[in-house]
Design a protein around this ligand. Sequence first.
Ligand SMILES: N[C@@H](CCC(=O)N[C@@H](CS)C(=O)NCC(=O)O)C(=O)O
Length: 205
Amino acid sequence: MKLTFSPASPYARKVRVVAIELGLIDQIEFVPATVSPGTPNEAYSRDVSPLRKLPALILDDGTTIVDSYVIAEYLDERAGGGKLIPASGAEKWRVKTEHAITQGMLEAMLLCRYEKLLRPEEKRWDVWLNDQWDRAWQGFALFEHRTDTLARPLDIAQIGLVCALGYADFRFPDCGWRKAFPKVAAFHERMMQRPSIKETVPPPA
Ligand SMILES: N[C@@H](CCC(=O)N[C@@H](CS)C(=O)NCC(=O)O)C(=O)O
């Protein structure tokens, strides 16, 4: 299998963590890719994904799987199923919903990043920017109250949260989430003991 990735991508990090935790990492060849809004990449668009986003997992038979969650689900099934995503019942829907919240937090932070990096200053709209940031921030606040979630055995929602926190550290280092959310900070500290989490921290910006 091949995975398109960039060391800075929190979505690719999620897949790398999942692959390490499931013991599948050695079966994946990592293929660096560069995609960015406003920068055409016709080959990626044609050969990998029309959405021009990474990561994408390309199976040995040429099948391409996109979206970090869908890739994680595929890897979980390949490892026997029910490892990082509960197979059924109320726990499954709780974990999937919490993961979806971490996904939305990441999307909101990425929009903030692209807005600051790519949009000319005179065209920026602070109301929109602050609104996106608030979505991520409210997500962190939600997990501060979900002490049971923070204490569960490892699952995809926790991995998504670590990737969102790591992205906040990487792109918004002064945002102050540790001070605002001490229980989430303690959770992150604990998670950093895992080699899968430690080894995939984004490189210095
Ligand atoms: N829902 C997708 C989002 C992937 C995503 O937005 N990836 C970013 C990199 S961190 C990207 O490819 N951005 C390029 C672009 O939007 O043009 C997933 O979970 O895989």
